[in-house]
Design a protein around this ligand. Sequence first.
Ligand SMILES: NC(=O)c1ccc[n+]([C@@H]2O[C@H](COP(=O)([O-])OP(=O)(O)OC[C@H]3O[C@@H](n4cnc5c(N)ncnc54)[C@H](O)[C@@H]3O)[C@@H](O)[C@H]2O)c1
Ligand SMILES: Cc1ncc(CO)c(C(=O)O)c1O
Length: 311
Amino acid sequence: MSSLPTIATVIGSGTMGPGIAATLARAGATVRLYDISADAITRAEAAYDMVRGVLEAVDSPSAPGGSVTFGTDLDAALADTELIIEAVPEKLELKRSVLADLEARIGDDVIIATNTSGIPISTMAESMTVPARLIGMHWSNPPHLIPMIEVIPGNATAPEHVDRLIEIVKAFNYVPVLEKEIPGFVENRVLYAILRECMALLEEGIVTPEGLDACVKWGIGYKLSVVGPTRLLDMAGLDIYQAVSSYLNKDLDNSTDTPEFIKDKIAAGQLGFKSNGGMYEYGEGDVDAKRKEIITGLIAARKTLASIPNV
Ligand SMILES: NC(=O)c1ccc[n+]([C@@H]2O[C@H](COP(=O)([O-])OP(=O)(O)OC[C@H]3O[C@@H](n4cnc5c(N)ncnc54)[C@H](O)[C@@H]3O)[C@@H](O)[C@H]2O)c1
Ligand SMILES: Cc1ncc(CO)c(C(=O)O)c1O
């Protein structure tokens, strides 16, 4: 018997919503994908078709009968739902407003899981009628391929909802990681520590962007995809870690703001794929080609990693 919710609702059908909905549906859930914008829903229907194609390449559905419907009628999206996943833009006041609107339309037993990238759950819950129902459920992009979800209770989250969400994540064959609340949560704190050092190395001209990507991808990226950082210390030797950290830690970048060269790029409208230029420049068709290469690579890596021992 699957412990997946029979009915789940995803609020926000942008970058993350369609992949989240598809992942739940592939495990047999009836998913309603809601957005305030009809245009966003139209885009989401196209995104969902693409995501389904990607998931077909990864593995077969883990349970029959799942489905995703799309709409801008909130009451219809919430009818009889057991789990709401909030995926609206990363703005605290907007999330608070959406939470209030949801709470006015649902029973006290319905869990709301927020996909926030790092806003403290306790902060978001402060304004809620039933703060016990809110829990962090941080998916990574692309959500239909990265099979790890951070589960972050706030200080008011009901323990039974923590247990239930972990059960749900396992029911669609993802890896739940239970964490204490900290700004940015675990994954983004590690990622942003890495990105801070990477940006400093670029800013100082120590390495080119291509060299940096090759170094991280084929060095620590490759190794950490198989051996986690804690196991890596045993592999390398804690004595080596002490010897190197004793002089290196003090020399690492400790900037507290976004690098100026990044701010300059943003000011010039260079945002990355979404503007055909950012850290790299992209000609006609290059972004679509690069996106396809990334998805193909993630599928191949996921299949390989799923086939080897969890060391
Ligand atoms: N993009 C990522 O890589 C990523 C990864 C993990 C987590 N997140 C987090 O997930 C959340 C969503 O991020 P995203 O990248 O999908 O955002 P997005 O901007 O791509 O999509 C947000 C969607 O929410 C809709 N929306 C706005 N106001 C709404 C409202 N009041 N009610 C319903 N829908 C509304 C918008 O129309 C849009 O379609 C954010 O908290 C973000 O930090 C993003
Ligand atoms: C740069 C960056 N920032 C935030 C997130 C998710 O919260 C991601 C991601 O890939 O999921 C990211 O790459």
